[in-house]
Design a protein around this ligand. Structure first.
Ligand code: PLP
Length: 445
């Protein structure tokens, strides 16, 4: 693998200018972890070490790194037409990508609005929900319901419906009119579950209580991740999502699945909604859409939502929303090439086929020191460690550092170590990942 000269020789003496996202700046800048190359399921560090990518970047490089087809598609598009606006103009690839996403999505979800990040997709979905109800004469539906331990990005909308204290506490009042369902983590009843936990469907009934409190006709939408990813891989209890669906149907509330992580094969089907047999009214997607090779995201919705806006004069703009880079040609080229790879290599099926092996490997960690839970679904999994007294998150961070030292990159979220390898991972590579993680957990203690 060749490393571009600009990266190999980047001056890294001064790391101060970059205020890094979600990073322990001071710790990082004392001992930087710099990546300069990537191929297959490996990163290469600046000092030439090969690191297994246990997290597909940030849950996005589902087809593995260094996919020539995607790089070539981006280059061909850049050579041909670098940029085209999507406001009152269009380019053919955008329509093709939208159709292909619609074909992959569960039946009935066939209309696509493009944004650039998961956060933007979430805020777009919330805005569409509000505008949809208003267009139908239900402008009083302005409330949203999210869930504790939900992550929906860092825009004001996503942060508000999200349920992570650290992501909220510094940032003021947020969107008004947002309630949260209880999270579904229940180690007393469900620790070491394989796949969907048996207990907790009744937690969805909290939505009925919220409806009771506010009057359901004031609620625009409910948004949840089908599997909470960023707070440590929480697969939904059996029957839980169906109950949410039923309650939303009863009260005319839109159900939004945030499939930014779970989309594109992560749980062994194109989308979690397909894997779990529950179809939302809208879903947000990002990450695997372009294999992480260019920023792109989207909201996928049913035709009825789109149609609700198609009133008024034809020359008028129906939805005053969009981004300069919505359906950016380079991202669209990356998306089309990525969907080709998923199809040609049957990667969603591969994810389903590898899942039992991944499950067994993860659960072999159950007797490692301080492990209090192991969870998995598809090719997502997590090992939860007990917290050191007074230092929540420190043990997880130490394991993350030790893994990196031993050749594995994964995500630590608090004291949970989360893994989501690229779907092209080989069984032997999964074994290697788990073996490093086990050694690291044991060493850190
Ligand atoms: C479920 C979910 N929604 C939204 C986001 C935000 O995506 P982005 O970081 O692209 O804004 C993420 C990111 O991890 C996510 O996991």
């Amino acid at each position: 693998m060749t490393t571009p000269a600009s990266l190999a020789h980047a001056d890294t003496n001064d790391l101060e200018a970059f205020f890094m996202p979600f990073t322990s700046q001071r710790q990082f800048k004392k001992a930087p972890r710099l990546l300069t190359g990537a191929e297959g399921v490996h990163y290469i560090t600046r000092d030439g070490r090969k690191i297994l990518d246990g997290s597909a970047g940030l849950w996005c490089v589902n087809a593995g790194h260094g996919r020539k087809e995607i790089a070539e598609a981006i280059k061909a598009q850049a050579d041909h037409m670098d940029y085209a606006p999507s406001f009152q103009m269009g380019h053919p690839g955008a329509f093709e990508l939208a159709s292909r996403i619609g074909n992959l999505a569960p039946e009935g979800l066939d209309t696509v609005f493009f944004a650039n990040s998961g956060s933007e997709a979430v805020d777009t979905a919330l805005k569409i929900a509000l505008a949809y109800h208003r267009a139908r004469g239900e402008a009083q539906r302005t409330r949203f319901v999210g869930r504790e331990r939900g992550y929906h990005g860092i825009g004001f909308g996503g942060m508000s419906v999200g349920g992570i204290k650290a992501n909220r506490k510094m940032f003021g009042l947020m969107l008004p009119g947002v309630d949260h369902l209880p999270h579904t983590s229940d180690l007393n009843r469900n620790a070491f579950s394989r796949g969907l936990p048996d207990h907790g469907a009744e937690l969805a009934d909290a939505l009925e209580r919220i409806c009771e409190l506010h009057d359901p006709s004031t609620i625009a939408g409910v948004i949840v991740e089908p599997v909470a990813g960023s707070t440590g891989v929480l697969p939904p209890p059996k029957g839980y999502l169906k109950r949410l669906r039923d309650i939303c149907d009863t009260h005319g509330i839109l159900l939004i699945f945030d499939e930014v992580i779970t989309g594109f094969g992560r749980v062994g089907a194109a989308f979690a909604s397909e894997a779990f047999g529950v179809t939302p009214d809208m879903m947000t997607i990002a990450k695997g859409l372009t294999n992480g090779a260019a920023p792109s995201s989207a909201v996928v919705m049913g035709r009825a939502i789109y149609d609700s806006f198609m009133t008024g004069p034809e020359w008028a703009i129906e939805l005053a929303h969009g981004y300069t880079y919505s359906a950016h040609p380079l991202a669209v080229a990356a998306g089309l090439a990525t969907l080709d790879i998923y199809r040609d290599e049957q990667l969603f099926q591969r994810s389903a086929d590898l899942a039992p092996k991944f499950e067994n490997l993860l659960h072999s960690m159950a007797d490692a020191p301080n492990v209090i839970d192991v969870r998995n679904i598809g090719l997502m999994g997590a090992v939860e460690l007990s917290s050191r007294p007074g230092e929540p998150g420190k043990r997880g961070f130490d394991v993350f550092l030790e893994c990196f030292a031993q050749g594995l990159y994964l995500r630590a979220t608090g004291d949970v170590l989360a893994m989501s390898p690229p779907l092209i991972v080989k069984e032997s590579e999964m074994e290697e990942m788990i073996s490093i993680l086990k050694k690291a957990i044991t060493k850190v203690g």
